[in-house]
Design a protein around this ligand. Structure first.
Ligand code: BGC
Length: 511
């Protein structure tokens, strides 16, 4: 009854090879993930640097200094202004991805990524030069807008240029770049954390310009996807581009499928109104739930607050940053597992294994904190326990990195019909950023109040989300992107939303 069995009938292989042109384009588009990743990784380290806190968040610095053996470890970093610095980016990111849904449909995926790189670059400059909190926040708002634009367009671009049987592989490249961005940021923080004066944090924030430049320059040379060219009425160019990307002349079957999808697409004038109609309900709900759940795994607790979290556990400043580097490395390496499994064994296998492993890790972390800190949080961990916590955070991170990490971008980019793909992918990006904001904002106060219990809450959510995958997420492996929506018509639950012609006409007239 669960979703996986249904799909294999739709598997289809178009002729084509992975050309050098396709490879370069794929790597370049995936590089957009660097911008997102660098930012995720940099803020946690910077907000644990004393000089930075002293300059911009004096009250947090004083509280941290006052932390003595009788102070509650769970609460020492709780400050709304500090968390606002981290999460302000996600507000404009959300707006950026909605703007991107129009831009990527109207002007194409490439133009959207290019403008994202440019806005992000300005944000990096403002942040590196900041002398007051408002500049820090302004810089982050700009970085956010840039990120919103690219995280909408890049996964869609990747799924559209990849051969169906390699789509998971190429799309996972986006996640790989996110993890590399996070790791590089952790390493930068590790180095700059040791520097005297303001130079350390300025370098950390200012170096965001590097991924910005890579994306801005790199996307300039990108092609437009055939799907996007068709959407803009450029059928001739789309056919030529498809031949170039696939490296073969015989692209007729794939092109015919693209044209068919585009015919349906032309009938939809307003994708945002269409996407909430009954016909698209399965994809709409799935694309809301995937990023919602992805963030409720608690991954960004580790990504943003690893140094802060490790300090909470009693690690010294340097050891905290080093441990964050270790988790960053595990995050990158484990993503490679997804590359080799996602198109061979499918998305669902990764979801199940990853969900189970994260569950075990979260429960174990909860028990360690309960045993060592209890409810008062006034102990420090001995080195044996500290190593155990780092190992558990690594097994948790690895599981995320080969499951919900890449799949959180892949699934939403491959389940939509062309006419609502831009809007659907924007919903994924915005919910992702919104939930990141919520988790970032809520984590430190929640740790302060719910204490070790927080990790048990994450574990319960993991049970719910894995059941969601089991019952409601069909397998999409090997199915051409324009055929994926058809699998919902055969799914035990979603088939109730399959439109008949009459309903489709009614939907069209209202959109
Ligand atoms: C998530 C980010 C997360 C990152 C960790 C991404 O898929 O969307 O929120 O920080 O993975 O690698």
């Amino acid at each position: 009854m669960a979703g996986g069995i249904i799909s294999s009938n739709n598997a289809k292989e178009y002729p084509g090879k992975v050309t050098a042109f396709m490879r370069l384009s794929g790597i370049m588009a995936a590089a957009c993930g660097l911008m997102f990743g660098y930012d995720i990784g940099i803020s946690g380290g910077v907000t644990s640097m004393d000089v930075f806190l002293k300059k911009f968040f004096l009250s947090v610095y004083m509280k941290k200094q006052a932390a003595s053996s009788n102070q509650n470890n769970y609460c020492k970093f709780d400050s709304q202004l500090l968390t606002l610095f981290t999460s302000s980016l996600y507000i404009t990111g959300l707006i950026g991805s909605i703007v991107a849904s129009y831009a990527s449909r109207r002007f194409g995926r490439k133009a959207t990524m290019l403008s994202g790189g440019a806005v992000y670059l300005v944000g990096a400059a403002v942040n590196g030069a900041a002398y007051a909190v408002w500049m820090l926040i302004l810089g982050r708002l700009l970085l956010g807008a840039g990120i919103g634009l690219v995280i909408q367009a890049a996964p869609m671009f990747l799924s559209e240029i990849a051969l169906p049987q390699k789509r998971g592989f190429w799309n996972s490249g986006f996640q790989l770049m996110i993890t590399i961005g996070i790791l590089v940021a952790n390493l930068v923080n590790y180095g700059t954390g040791k520097m005297k004066g303001d130079i350390g944090w300025r370098l950390s924030l200012g170096l965001a310009a590097v991924p910005g430049i890579i994306v801005f320059v790199g996307t300039f040379f990108l092609p437009e996807t055939p799907n996007s060219l068709i959407e803009q009425g450029e059928e001739g160019k789309a056919l030529a581009m498809l031949k170039k990307i696939r490296g073969v002349e015989d692209v007729n079957e794939e092109f015919a499928d693209l044209l068919e999808a585009s015919e349906a697409s032309k009938k939809v004038k307003n994708p945002w109104r269409a996407i909430v109609t009954r016909k698209y309900r399965p994809q709409f709900l799935i694309t809301l739930l995937i990023p919602f759940f992805q963030q409720l795994t608690g991954i960004n607790v580790v990504m943003f607050y690893a140094p802060v979290l490790f300090q909470t556990l009693g690690f010294k400043n340097d050891a905290s940053l080093m441990s964050a580097v270790i988790t960053g490395l595990v995050n990158v390496l484990a993503t490679f597992v997804a590359f080799f499994i996602v198109d061979r064994f499918g998305r669902r296998v990764l979801f199940f294994e990853g969900g189970f492993q994260m569950l075990i890790s979260q429960v174990a972390i909860g028990f360690v904190l309960l045993a060592k800190f209890g409810t008062k949080g006034v102990a420090t961990l001995s080195s044996g326990w500290a190593v155990l916590v780092v190992v558990l955070i690594c097994t948790y991170t690895a599981a995320f990195a080969w499951s919900w990490g890449p799949l959180g971008w892949l699934l939403p980019s491959e389940i939509f019909q062309l006419e609502i793909r831009s809007a659907g992918v924007a919903i994924n990006a915005s919910v992702n950023l919104f939930m990141t904001f919520v988790v970032a904002q809520a984590f430190l106060p929640a740790l302060c109040h719910v204490k070790f219990g927080l990790f048990f809450i994450f574990a319960c959510i993991l049970i719910i989300m894995t059941s969601f995958v089991y019952y409601l997420l069909p397998e999409t492996r090997n199915i051409p992107i324009e055929d994926v929506p058809k699998i919902f018509n055969k799914h035990w639950f979603w088939k109730r939303y399959a439109s008949n012609e009459e309903e489709e006409d009614r939907d069209r007239n209202t959109t």
